[in-house]
Every structure is written in structure tokens, then in C-alpha cells.
Design a protein around this ligand. Structure first.
Ligand code: GLP
Length: 631
């Protein structure tokens, strides 16, 4: 919803730049850095960069590498200081930030090794203070940091400055927040492997940089971004303390910006163009704001909430209320595959053909039931030909403990001498120490665990066996978190499947995620495959529906199809999710607390139903939401 003026700035205490993609933003920033480096080179002066780890800056680093390789950008005059390092990890540990920086940037460019500074994670406890002091002194001796790159963590942390970090804190040893450790659990293949401590630059150290740029992509960041930018500068959210800096900006993609007032409630900060989607969004919001169902909204409710113009254009309230109520009402259907032999003029999905060939794409096993377990069961019950496609094995999300348990089980079944060789291999690898998780046998076994769980979940949803496909896309099998590079091979597998199945309905997910997330890569592959099939005859008779991914909360005005669930259907869905036992104890990125995926799925579906109820529509136990994707 574009705003015609810059009035939105009234709420924002930090400069915001929103881009259509992380890639676009990262290239612009890389270019800005290149200009700075070249300028200093011409003056024969050094540049001091403050660097971050995590997924957020990886595209920036790739672009810097490209500038080095293709455009001759040299880093000879650059000095770098990294924000943080896990305490207790050796440099060659695959999850140390030292290792991360080597892999993602340093080994691909000509930055002199002696110019690299990363807090020492192995320094003796008694030497930590001095080591941190030296780190700070080195920054000062080089004249301070010219440009500090930041990401933002789920607790709003910058570096590892967790809630409560004072504005004047300096480089020091910190204890990691339990949410932060949970977030890192996937990278470390199990929470128990995640260090408890880290050394991080302080908020004060960061604020000393001359310029600061924070990068955030995906809906998972939107809440913390909005609170940091529009809320008070408060130690509870370290990123909000950036408001105190003179030259700071946030570079965001659209999903990361989605909770800012100018995007979420633009009519509160400036004039908007009152298209039907905008009117729907505003009326839904108003109904909740004044706690009145849509059909009971009055003219004064509109005019008192910055919507007088909408009333002039499309009012009075009575007419507008009915118009929006009907639009919302028509999103609700108990027939997600279309109702055979019924008038479908006001239904989200068409009646014919019946039954439909339906493909449900699940980036990892469990995304399907989390996002649409209830709908999956309904589609099956209503006689459609449903098949579920698990795009990746999801083996990276299985802990080592789980794999050990499975291999122990296999070994128990036979005496250990003739135990299945995979069990022996896994056991040997997991007992051997470093880099165990990259072992092929370990990943294979973990993938098999997830297959078993996916099949168990489908059984609960009522699908008979043989209706599932495991694509084990190569990009995932070859990759690790933050290092997935889909190629034409992945694209062909997805395209060939669509071509072979010629579905009438396709369900997929992953919109609005951090672009480096597995779900985002899967979503991009499906969209590319759809694009390439645009001229195929089957496309004419196919509809595409996006389901909610566990990491993403959807506003009601964006929903095109709402599928209600009875209490029994909701508990069936939860039972299906329970089958993904290896995923228990993990929290999706959207959770601000320690809730697990099944709890979030349950709450989301219940809250959505309550929301529809508040608007004055029928009251259901729970609702699953879908958005139509029109290629
Ligand atoms: C870690 C790092 C932070 C980083 C954050 C977010 O906690 N210490 O510096 O900003 O993760 O990471 P990501 O960019 O992967 O979301």
C-alpha cells in the first residue's frame, strides 16, 4: 500500500530502506562498500569494516566476492572486526564464526590475514577481559570502524548483545539467551551442542562505528524490526539502542518491513489509495480496534480512525460494511478442493473438475501438516487424488541424539557384529568427535527418520501409503544451513514432477521467509517451475494455493481461502504433527517464546478462527489459511 508522502517517518526513529529482494539490497550495499574501499585506496588510507555472521549478510559477502573476482576490487587496504564469536569453539569448528567468515568471505578475497580480527573464542577464562580490551584497543588504534554491518536476532540482539545489554557495554563475555541457543540448534545439529557463552562487541562498541547498516530479511524479523524502529530505545531490545546513532539505516526486504506502521496501518500515518484490498485491510483492522463486528461499524468509527476519506469515497458505513463483510465471508469454505455440483461463483475454488489431482509440496517433512494438516485431511476425505511431495530430506534438522537412538535400536535388533552397516557407520561417526554431522551415513539415517515420521503423519491425516514422494533435492543434500545453492538439477526435478502429474491444484509454501531458509529456496524452485510451464496445457486448468508456513503469521486481509476445522479435526492435525518426533523441542523463528511448532500451529489456527469470529463471521474452533498464487 504505497503512501504518497513521507509522513510515515513520524513513527520511525531509524532510517528505513525497503527493497524488493535481499539480493537487490545486498548488491547496493556491496557497491557502497566498494566505493568506500576504492576511495580510501586512492587516498592511500585503510578502511575498517565491522562484519557480522548469520544468514543476513551472506548475499552481501557473495557480492563482494564477485566484485573482487570480476571487477578487480582489492581488499588489501581493508581491516575487519567481527562482532562476535562463540566461546569455547576452536577456529576449525564448522560453526565457529571464524570458520564461517573464512568460508563465506575471507578465503575468496585478497584480504591480508593479519587484517582479520575476530574475538578469540578459546582464550582462557582468566584472560578474557584483557583479550576483549585488546580487541577494543585495536579498533581504536586503527581509527575506529568506518562501517558496521549488523543482522538482528530473534531477541532483538545485535552481535550477541542479548536483552538487558547496557547501551555503554563493551566487548565482553556474555551468556546466550535460551531463544538464541534454540535458534542455533539447527546449525549445531542439536541444542545440546550449542555453546552457552560468546564473546561479543558491546552495544557501546557498535555505536562507536561511524556508520551502521542493519540487514534483515523475511517475515521472521519483522516484529523485532518494527519494535526497534518505532518503539522506545530500550535495553530490552538491543537493536532499538541504534536509535541513538546519527548515521544508521536498516535495509529490509518487504516481509521484514511488514510490521512497520507505514506498511501495516498506512492510513494512520498518511493518505492511502483506497483500493478494495486496502479497504478490506483497513476495515478488518478497524473492527478489531474498536471491538465491533464489521456489520456494526459506524460512520464515526471510520472518521475517528484516519479513515474519513474512505468513507467519503465508498461510504456510508452501512454500504462499506456489507461490501467488506461479503468479501471476507466468501473466503471461508469447508471445500478447499471445490464443492462438486455447487454454485461456485462465490467460492474460493471451482467445483470442476472433480475429483481433482492435487499436489501438496512440503519443503521439509512436517511443513505440510503444520501449515495445512486439517485441509490435507479434508481434501482426502472429499475424494480428491492427493499426493504429498517432500522436497528435501530435512535430515539437517534431526539431532545427533536422535540418530544415535535409531542406530542403537538397529544394533539391538541383531548382535552388534552383524548389525546393519549403516547403524555401525553412524555410531562410529557420531562417537568420533568433529564434523560428525556431515557424514553421509549420518545424514542418510536422519533422512530416513524423517521419512518414517512423514509417513506416520500422513496416515493420521488419512492418506494411504504410496501417496508421498521424497524428492531429496540435491541442493539440500549437498548443502548446509546458510549454504544452499539450488541449481538446474533441482529445478528439473520439480518441473518434471509437475509435468508428469499435471495437477489441478497445487499447494505450496515458503513465501516471505528469509531467502536463505530451506522453505524459501523450495518456494523459489516451485515458482520457477511454474513459470517455465506457463504454456503447458495443464496449467490452464490448475490453481495454485500458498499455505502458511510455520515461520509466518498472516494478516486476515491477505487470506483468499479460509478452511475451518472442528475441534476433532484440529486434534487430528496436532496428532499428525506429533508424529514428527525428531522435531520436538525446536522452536520456529517466529516464536517470541519457547513454544514448539505444534503449539504455534495450534495457536495460529485457533487465533485465526477467533479473529473471524470477532469480525462477526461464524465461530469455528480453528481455521487454516491460504492465499491464491496467480502465475
Ligand atoms: C547470531 C549472530 C548475530 C546475527 C543473528 C541473526 O545471533 N551473533 O550477529 O545477527 O545471529 O542471524 P541471521 O542473520 O542468521 O538471522
Amino acid at each position: 500500500m504505497a503512501i504518497q508522502s513521507s509522513e510515515f517517518r513520524q513513527k520511525e526513529k531509524i532510517e528505513i530502506h525497503i527493497y524488493s529482494s535481499a539480493r537487490e539490497a545486498s548488491s547496493l550495499l556491496a557497491e557502497e562498500i566498494a566505493v568506500l574501499i576504492r576511495k580510501r585506496q586512492s587516498e592511500e588510507k585503510p578502511v575498517v569494516l565491522g562484519l557480522a555472521t548469520g544468514s543476513s549478510p551472506t548475499r552481501l559477502y557473495r557480492e563482494l566476492i564477485r566484485l573482487h573476482k570480476e571487477e578487480g576490487l582489492s581488499f588489501q587496504n581493508v581491516h575487519t572486526f567481527n562482532l562476535d564469536e562463540y566461546y569455547g569453539l576452536p577456529r576449525d569448528h564448522t560453526e565457529s564464526y571464524w570458520y564461517f567468515m573464512q568460508e563465506q568471505l575471507f578465503k575468496h578475497i585478497d584480504l591480508p590475514a593479519e587484517n582479520i580480527n575476530i574475538p578469540d573464542g578459546l582464550v582462557k577464562r582468566s584472560d578474557v577481559f584483557n583479550s576483549c580490551q585488546d580487541f577494543e584497543k585495536k579498533i581504536r588504534d586503527l581509527g575506529g570502524i568506518d562501517l558496521q554491518i549488523l543482522g538482528i536476532g530473534r531477541t532483538g540482539h545485535i552481535g550477541f548483545n542479548e536483552p538487558g545489554s547496557p547501551v555503554d557495554s563493551r566487548t565482553r563475555l556474555v551468556t546466550l539467551d535460551s531463544l538464541t541457543r534454540k535458534d542455533a540448534a539447527r546449525d549445531f545439529l542439536g541444542e545440546s551442542n550449542v555453546p552457552y557463552y560468546a564473546i561479543t562487541m558491546g552495544v557501546g562498541t557498535i555505536l562507536d562505528a561511524r556508520k551502521i547498516v542493519l540487514l534483515a530479511w523475511g517475515q521472521g524479523k519483522s516484529e523485532m524490526v518494527a519494535r526497534s524502529v518505532e518503539g522506545p530505545a530500550d535495553e530490552k531490545i538491543a537493536a532499538s539502542l541504534l536509535q541513538k546513532h546519527k548515521d544508521v539505516r536498516f535495509m529490509l526486504d518487504e516481509p521484514a518491513a511488514s510490521q512497520l506502521t507505514r506498511i501495516k496501518y498506512p492510513w494512520l500515518v498518511g493518505p492511502v489509495e483506497w483500493t478494495t484490498p486496502n479497504a478490506r485491510r483497513a476495515v478488518c483492522w478497524l473492527s478489531r480496534e474498536v471491538k465491533r463486528p464489521i456489520l456494526k461499524l459506524q460512520d464515526e468509527n471510520y472518521s475517528e480512525h484516519g479513515m474519513a476519506e474512505l468513507l467519503t469515497e465508498q461510504g456510508p458505513a452501512y454500504d462499506l460494511n456489507i461490501k467488506i463483510f461479503n468479501i471476507v465471508q466468501h473466503t471461508i469454505t469447508g471445500w478447499p478442493g471445490g464443492k462438486p455440483n455447487a454454485d461456485d461463483s462465490n467460492r474460493p475454488e471451482r467445483s470442476n473438475p472433480y475429483p481433482k489431482r492435487i499436489l501438496v509440496f512440503s519443503p521439509e517433512p512436517s511443513d505440510d501438516v503444520l501449515g495445512m494438516g486439517g485441509t490435507l485431511a479434508r481434501l482426502q476425505d472429499q475424494g480428491h487424488l492427493v499426493e504429498v511431495v517432500y522436497m528435501t530430506s530435512g535430515n539437517l534438522a534431526v539431532s545427533d541424539e536422535e540418530a544415535l537412538m535409531a542406530s542403537d535400536l538397529m544394533m539391538e535388533l541383531s548382535d552388534s557384529s552383524d548389525a546393519p552397516s549403516i547403524a555401525m557407520e553412524v555410531k562410529a561417526a557420531l562417537s568420533s568427535g568433529d564434523n560428525k554431522s556431515s557424514n553421509d551415513a549420518v545424514r542418510r539415517l536422519k533422512g530416513l527418520i524423517r521419512r518414517g515420521e512423514a509417513r506416520a503423519a500422513l496416515r493420521i491425516a488419512g492418506l494411504s501409503s504410496g501417496k508421498e514422494h521424497f524428492l531429496d533435492l540435491p541442493f539440500y543434500e549437498r548443502g548446509r544451513y546458510r549454504q544452499f545453492f539450488p541449481s538446474s538439477g533441482d529445478f528439473e526435478i520439480v518441473t518434471n514432477l509437475l509435468r508428469e502429474k499435471q495437477p489441478h491444484q497445487v499447494f505450496f509454501t515458503g513465501e516471505g521467509l528469509d531467502p536463505s531458509a530451506v522453505g524459501a529456496h523450495c518456494c523459489a524452485l516451485i515458482k520457477a517451475a511454474i513459470d517455465s510451464e506457463m504454456d503447458s496445457p495443464w496449467m490452464i486448468d490448475c490453481r495454485f494455493w500458498v499455505y502458511q508456513s510455520p515461520d509466518k503469521d498472516w494478516p486476515i486481509h491477505d487470506i483468499d481461502m479460509a478452511v475451518p476445522m472442528s475441534p476433532a479435526q484440529l486434534s487430528q492435525k496436532i496428532q499428525a504433527i506429533y508424529q514428527h518426533k525428531s522435531q520436538r523441542g525446536q522452536t520456529p523463528a517466529v516464536a517470541q517464546d519457547l513454544h514448539e511448532a505444534w503449539q504455534i500451529a495450534q495457536t495460529t489456527a485457533r487465533q485465526l478462527a477467533a479473529y473471524y469470529d470477532d469480525l462477526g463471521l461464524a465461530e469455528y474452533e480453528a481455521i487454516e489459511a491460504f492465499r491464491r498464487f496467480i502465475p
